[in-house]
Design a protein around this ligand. Structure first.
Ligand SMILES: [Zn+2]
Length: 315
């Protein structure tokens, strides 16, 4: 085994598993979260489990499929993607080709544009054999799935973490799957979405009245994660306003102010990406929220902020 493989093996988090958070509603958690260790969900219905997201690597997606099918309701016929990022959609391809994949209408085009690009950030990860499987059913604002007599609501709340962010609300269980709009224990990340849009999305998320929140990464939480996320994002806006006024770059602002109270969150280098997005929203208010940015260039600055490399990806 190569040194790289040994190193990668030593740094891999265990495969995720299901935790029942309400009757028939399961969270597939991949602690500790962080880069590419994404959560997923399985909601039991009469026609099999309906999944929320599908994990980053082949082995993780296969573990999710096995766990969901282990619920005893047959194979997975329906998958919801909360957004286009590879750690939430790469696993789509392990499900039967006849499975329906539902997402916001921006998700498919974004997946196709970015392709498997995420893999190049962490070449040591054992991604396994993966092919891109875009959505087969899309919507613009919201849709409701009826799992027997249980409604499951899908709502577009982007641009927030990305442009096509969808949250999944199970009203009778008061469970909300937020995708990456909420990341308990991890640093929020709006580089590919919007800071102001994220704040608006948090208000919408609060209005559901969820008791249980399954974020896109990290532990299961309650609605307090919305307040913590808002506190982080308001600091980003404050720092960006000061940085713009002082004429210094997002990276310089990040270096001079540091992580503040948020040094305990995973993936703190996202500070630089979040500041870039906030600067754009302050300096170019005429642009639509979620407008395209030089994402690879900003990742380069996040690497610089983090001392020359991204943190290890444990997927
Ligand atoms: Zn994401």
């Amino acid at each position: 085994m190569s040194t790289a493989a040994l190193r990668a093996g030593a740094l891999r988090a265990p495969l995720g598993r299901l935790h029942e958070v309400a009757d028939g509603v399961h969270a597939f958690l991949q602690p500790p979260g962080g880069w590419c260790l994404s959560n997923a969900g399985a909601i039991v219905g009469p026609d099999g489990p309906v999944l929320v997201d599908t994990a980053a690597t082949r082995s993780r997606a296969e573990a999710l499929r096995a766990a969901a099918e282990g619920l005893g309701r047959g194979p997975v016929r329906t998958v919801i993607n909360t957004h286009s990022h590879g750690d939430h959609v790469f696993g789509n391809c392990v499900f039967d080709p006849s499975a329906t994949i539902i997402a916001h209408e921006l998700t498919g085009p974004e997946m196709t544009a970015v392709g498997m690009g995420l893999q190049s950030l962490w070449p040591d990860v054992e991604w396994g054999e993966l092919t891109l499987r875009p959505p087969t059913v899309t919507f613009a604002r919201s849709m409701t799935l009826l799992l027997g007599d249980r409604p499951v609501e899908l709502h577009h709340v982007g641009p927030a973490h990305s442009t096509g962010d969808v949250v999944v609300w199970v009203p009778d269980a008061r469970v909300l799957f937020t995708g990456d709009v909420a990341l308990p224990g991890c640093t929020p990340f709006c580089l590919m979405g919007s800071v102001r849009g994220s704040l608006a999305a948090l208000d919408r998320l609060r209005a559901f009245g969820a008791e249980t929140v399954v974020g896109g990464h990290g532990e299961v939480s309650g609605p307090e994660v919305f307040d913590e996320t808002e506190r982080y994002l308001r600091r980003i806006l404050d720092l960006a306003r000061d940085g713009v006024a002082a004429g210094i770059s997002p990276l310089q602002t990040a270096r001079s102010h540091g992580l503040g109270d948020f040094g305990g969150l995973l993936d703190p280098e996202r500070l630089v990406g979040n500041l870039h997005r906030a600067y754009l929203e302050i300096e170019r208010p005429e642009l639509p929220l979620g407008a395209e940015m030089d994402v690879p260039g900003v990742f380069g600055e996040m690497v610089e902020f983090n001392g020359g490399r991204l943190p290890d990806c444990l997927a």
